[in-house]
Structures are given as structure tokens and as C-alpha cells.
Design a protein around this ligand. Structure first.
Ligand code: PEP
Length: 253
């Protein structure tokens, strides 16, 4: 059975104290209220990771994630963070290729392929983001566009490595806009992506890949999104900054 995952992307929000308060609240409610069907991942800014790692250490429901990492193992890369450093503070997951980073930091599919390799080599699970702009959606080429992002960054992996990836489909037009993709739009894309994985790696492998939806998900729309057969959880931005909303989204399972 595929893992159901709800990851919170805090982005560049919360001071250290605010972040620790949020993480403690999420951990307390989640440990009490979420069932074994789903797990939560807190993707915090780098400065929070070490301390949040201590709060979630030992939990089998709440895990730690970073929002980015370098493809380099170490050295003269001012401002960057390596996989090894993330490992040293107990990080389990790393978001790669978020559309905000693709846009503001010009991250390319090829560069992201190297980051995926570095993450896997260090036993970090990539939450690999993909998604189209409104322009691409309106042109009707969204499936090709997103499939190509995944092909160029992931299809060099062998099946064993590919099975370790978590995909997050996040239509850019739905991120932080309050406009959510309809459950049918999201399901159609998730199904198309899974079919592409099946063509490349076989149906057994494709059936093991968790594909999360991201884009203005909230407690009110999560139940319908999560009831779709190919939606295996969510990557949550704004609503992950409120513990109650975040846990209620997870409880939608
Ligand atoms: C995100 O940035 O990954 C995201 C899904 O944001 P929001 O939930 O705020 O749309």
C-alpha cells in the first residue's frame, strides 16, 4: 500500500521561537489524533531543523524535512546546505524543485537531477515538486510539461532508486492563490503521471509511488482531494502554519 503523506512547507515563515511552538503543537495533536494511515512531515527553514528534530525525534507519525539542499557534498558554496548536514540533524525528507525555487533561483531540471542523486545517496527522501503555470494549463500542454520535468530530473534513476521518490504535483496557479485545482483536475494529472511511471518502470513500481497534491489545500477541500484514487496526500503551504488546520488536513484520511 502507498504511504499517505502530508508535508507542511513552512517556506520563509516563523522565527525560531514561533517555529518551535508550532512544531510542538503539531507533534502533540498529531501524536494523539492521527492514525497509522498517514504521516506528517514538517519542512521547516534550515535554522529550525535541529531544534524541531529534537521535538519530533522518536515519533512514528511526525518527521522532519528540509526545503532544499545542495547537490554538492561540501566546500566553497556560500549559503548552501549539504545532504550530510541535513542528516546530522535528523532530517528524513527534502523538498526539491519547488516552483518558487525554480522561478526565483532558476533551478533547472538537470540541476535538480543532481540534487535527487545526492539526496538518495544520503538516505534522504526527495519530495520532488512539479507543476505547470497558468499559461501552460491554458495552452492544454500541462501533462507534457509536467511529464517532461519528471523525465529530465528522475528517469535516469533505476527502479529501486525511483521507488524512494515522493512526487508533489503543484500547479503553480494554485499555490498560495486560494484557487485549488478541482479534485478532477488533480486526479487527472496524478493518473497521467502514474501512467507515465508505469510506462517507464512497470505498473508495480508506479503503484508504489506516493503522489501528493499541493496548491491551496485546506481542511475544507482536503477530504475531496484525498478521496481521489491517485492522490496520496498533500504538500501544504499556508495551512501548515496553523497546527489545528494542518492536523485536520492529515485527519482527512
Ligand atoms: C506550497 O507552496 O507548496 C503550497 C502548496 O502552498 P499553499 O498551500 O499555500 O498553496
Amino acid at each position: 500500500m502507498r504511504k499517505k503523506i502530508v508535508a507542511g512547507n513552512w517556506k520563509m515563515n516563523k522565527t525560531l521561537d514561533e517555529g518551535l511552538a508550532l512544531a510542538s503543537e503539531v507533534a502533540n495533536i498529531a501524536n494523539d489524533e492521527i492514525t497509522d494511515d498517514a504521516i506528517a512531515v514538517l519542512c521547516t527553514p534550515f535554522i529550525h531543523l535541529s531544534a524541531v528534530g529534537k521535538i519530533v525525534a522518536g515519533s512514528n507519525k511526525v518527521f522532519l524535512g528540509a526545503q532544499n539542499m545542495s547537490e554538492h557534498a561540501g566546500g566553497a558554496y556560500t549559503g548552501d546546505i549539504s545532504a550530510d548536514m541535513l542528516n546530522s540533524v535528523g532530517v528524513n525528507y527534502v523538498i526539491l524543485g519547488h516552483s518558487e525555487r525554480r522561478e526565483y533561483h532558476n533551478e533547472s531540471n538537470a540541476e535538480l537531477a543532481s540534487r535527487v542523486d545526492a539526496a538518495l545517496a544520503n538516505e534522504l527522501t526527495p519530495i520532488f515538486c512539479c507543476g505547470e503555470s497558468l499559461e501552460v494549463r491554458e495552452a492544454g500542454t500541462h501533462v507534457d510539461f509536467v511529464s517532461n520535468q519528471l523525465k529530465e530530473s528522475l528517469f535516469h534513476l533505476d527502479a529501486e532508486a525511483f521507488k524512494k521518490i515522493v512526487i508533489a504535483y503543484e500547479p503553480i496557479w494554485a499555490i498560495g492563490t486560494g484557487v485549488t485545482a478541482s479534485s478532477a483536475q488533480a486526479q487527472d494529472m496524478h493518473k497521467a503521471l502514474r501512467d507515465g511511471f508505469a510506462a517507464q518502470y512497470g505498473q508495480d513500481v508506479a503503484d508504489e509511488i506516493s503522489i501528493l497534491y499541493g496548491g491551496s489545500a485546506k481542511p475544507a477541500n482536503a477530504p475531496e482531494l484525498f478521496s481521489q484514487p491517485d492522490i496520496d496526500g498533500g504538500l501544504i503551504g499556508g495551512a501548515s502554519l496553523k497546527a489545528r488546520d494542518f492536523v485536520d488536513i492529515i485527519k482527512s484520511y
